[in-house]
Design a protein. Structure first.
Lengths: 326, 361
């Protein structure tokens, strides 16, 4: 009887190991830890990007875990390490608390890549990080604004949630201009990414009789709110109109507004990091070394800014996020 | 003359509850007149569609407060009947808005018929969720704030599932007519919708005994039941009515920008709605209520926000300033201060006949 049970157990063990053996043969296993797609249009595109690149067809066996909470992300990472994945890809909810887990991963010989968000830790603990440079996004936008050579710059500046990376980066470049005196700060308020709040801020500026000719909104939604206020007050906006409208994130619907000439500029914040990471993994798999990293072991995503006068249909289809509008 | 005084005294005795919100509005008006006399000027401009429209801070206050006013109407009923507050109104409005947009986007072109269909659909869904909240409160006797915490937590995720994406946009002349102006009518449509809702509620209270029943249930549920009032049903009904209010608020909010963002749509409005009820002099413990008080309270909150914007108070400080004003209002409205005020008034009354007597002689 004991023998039968022993044989049965051995058989079961063999059977359960077989799929793993097959899988390990040709597929690279990766564990992806990200924030949930419901967070924003940006995150949705980011999640879709990773799901599209790390597929079986491309030679990956990928598992995904989404949470907005750091501790849940941490336990998911531990689970992935126990499962013995080849690579761990992380967009952390918070920048701290990851040291122990990343050390475990290193000891287990798992390659770690960070994307979108940095983690406060020793650079030895990960292979590379693919991130956006929010400050550069702001600079690109402000340089574009300066290139218009308007006779004067009276700016309504609508900020995102105070203290967020995107807000700090996109505000920084503009604040420099305010301090230098090249641009005049008419209103600077946070709408915490809320479209309706942005509309109220612009409405209030109009009703107070403030003169302005630029709206610099730190995302597309708030730019849309601002434009709604302009429309109701009969103030023209867009290419060769009274007010220059600027947004960020490059949602498809926002780029369509650019195409129609209703807005002037939209700055990209690239959610497309999967391909870059996939390329690096292939290099490591072939025993090569990753090149092109900066001192912080980062690769900065290439990010564009679109001008309404030059945007093409192809740009919209390639770089636009979310669903298209006719 | 004396008759008049008596009548006005009677009026304030009946409406002393409205004193606080009215004082709040009055203070804001006086403050703004001193700060900038042109603050309340209303002008007519032509919008980008070529229609004449009203414009000015006053219009911005009346218009911007619309969703809050409608929600505070419903919140007053729930507060009065259940003695607690619904903190899921923002999330429920987001769900309703998502359903509205979903219906509009499901069929090809947007016609008046699809808009009405969308509205009916989102109203039904919101009332269903309202009934869910209501049944937890009335049948299972769960504290309203705890019961509605469920929807508060998961409501915006549900809205995201319905949306199937982060920020779907929907553009049509009909939608912008609901959210901003009907061509040819210079008054913002949301203000008209608020008036319509107010009339509907007024008719409801005028021609049914609902108002009395809600008060009775709120004051003493057991006594109400012994008097043949279905207290479970009344509580449930108040939540369903609030659900309908959420649907209207959601539709207005979506139409304003032709866009739905489940994360930001009417965010934190539940707190303002509860506050409006409190400033309106209604007891948050249920019982007697005056919907008019909540409505004035809601406009006071909006007037405060717009004033702070006009003063260019740094964005990060707005909430702190708002809190200071609210502390003052709530303290003034508290029973302790009210009692002291009543005593003070009685003292005045006591000395008045002596004066008038002297003048007469």
């Amino acid at each position: 009887m004991k023998k039968v049970i022993a044989i049965a157990l051995v058989l079961m063990l063999c059977l359960s190991l077989m799929p793993m053996a097959f899988a390990a043969d040709d597929l690279i296993t990766v564990g992806v830890i990200n924030n949930p797609p419901s967070e924003s249009g940006y995150r949705e595109a980011n999640v879709n990007d990773f799901a599209a690149v790390f597929t079986k067809e491309n030679g990956y066996d990928a598992s995904f875990y989404y949470s907005i909470k750091n501790d849940e992300q941490l336990s998911a990472a531990r689970q992935f390490i126990t499962d013995g994945v080849d690579y761990l890809l992380i967009s952390a909810a918070e920048t701290t608390g990851w040291d122990a887990v990343l050390k475990d991963a290193q000891e287990a010989g798992i390659g770690v890549f960070l994307f979108d968000r940095m983690i406060d830790c020793d650079t030895d603990l990960f292979e590379a990080a693919v991130v956006s440079d929010m400050a550069k996004e702001g600079e690109t936008a402000v340089n574009w604004l300066l290139s218009l050579e308007l006779p004067e710059y009276n700016v309504i500046h609508i900020q995102g949630a105070m203290g967020s990376d995107a807000q700090l980066g996109r505000t920084g470049a503009l604040d420099e201009q305010f301090e230098a005196g090249t641009m005049k700060k008419v209103v600077q308020q946070t709408a915490t990414w809320d479209e309706a709040e942005a509309k109220k801020i612009v409405e209030s500026a109009i009703n107070s009789g403030e003169a302005f000719n630029v709206i610099y909104a730190e995302n597309d939604g708030m730019a849309k709110g601002a434009v709604a206020a302009l429309d109701e007050a009969g103030i023209t906006h867009g290419v060769d109109k009274d007010v220059v409208v600027m947004g960020f994130d490059c949602n498809k619907w926002a780029l369509r507004e650019l195409q129609k000439g209703n807005w002037n500029y939209d700055g990209q914040c690239s959610p497309f990091q999967a391909q870059v990471i996939s390329d690096m993994i292939q290099v490591l798999e072939e025993g090569g070394e990753i090149e092109g990293l900066n001192d912080a072991k980062q690769i900065i995503s290439v990010e564009k800014g679109f001008d309404a006068r030059e945007i093409t249909e192809e740009d919209i289809l390639t770089y636009g996020l979310g669903e298209d509008v006719a | 003359m004396k008759q008049n005084q008596k009548a006005s005294g009677q009026f304030w005795a009946n409406n002393s509850q409205l004193l606080i919100p009215l004082i709040a509005i009055l203070l804001l008006v006086i403050f703004n007149l001193f700060r900038d006399p042109s603050f309340f000027s209303v002008g007519i401009t032509t919008n980008n569609n070529g229609d004449p429209v009203l414009q000015g801070n006053l219009i911005a206050i009346l218009n911007g407060a619309s969703e809050l006013v409608i929600l505070s109407m419903g919140m007053t009923l729930v507060t009065a009947a259940s003695g607690g507050q619904d903190i899921s109104v923002g999330a429920l409005a987001a769900i309703a808005g998502s359903v509205f947009v979903k219906v509009l986007k499901s069929g090809g072109a947007i016609s008046p018929l699809t808009v009405i269909g969308g509205f009916v659909m989102c109203c039904l869904v919101a009332m269903l969720f309202g009934a869910f909240n209501g049944s937890l409160v009335s049948i299972f006797n769960i504290q309203p704030m705890i019961a509605t915490l469920i929807l508060f937590t998961c409501g915006r995720s549900i809205a995201y599932w319905i949306n199937g994406g982060a920020t779907p946009t929907v553009s049509s002349p009909i939608i912008s007519a609901i959210g901003s102006f009907i061509p040819g009518i210079p008054i913002p449509t949301p203000i008209l919708i608020v008036i319509l809702m107010a009339v509907l509620f007024a008719l409801l209270f005028r021609f049914t005994t609902l108002g009395l029943y809600i008060q009775t249930v709120g004051i003493n549920q057991g006594a109400a039941r012994l008097n043949g009032i279905n207290s479970v049903g009344i509580k449930l009904l108040s939540f369903v009515l609030l659900g309908a209010c959420c649907a209207v608020a959601g539709v207005i909010s979506v139409s304003r920008l032709s866009l739905i963002n489940h994360e930001t749509l009417l965010i934190n409005i539940e707190m303002d709605a509860i506050l409006a009820v409190a400033i309106g002099g209604n007891s948050l413990g249920g019982g007697k209520f005056r919907m008019l008080g909540s409505v004035i309270g809601a406009y006071a909150i909006q007037a405060l926000t717009i004033t702070l914007y006009a003063m260019k108070v740094p964005s990060t400080d707005v909430k702190a300033y708002k809190a200071v004003v609210i502390i003052i209002l709530v303290v003034i409205g508290s029973p302790v201060v009210k009692e002291a005020f009543d005593r003070f008034r009685k003292n005045l009354r006591g000395s008045r006949p002596v004066h008038t007597g002297k003048e007469a002689s």
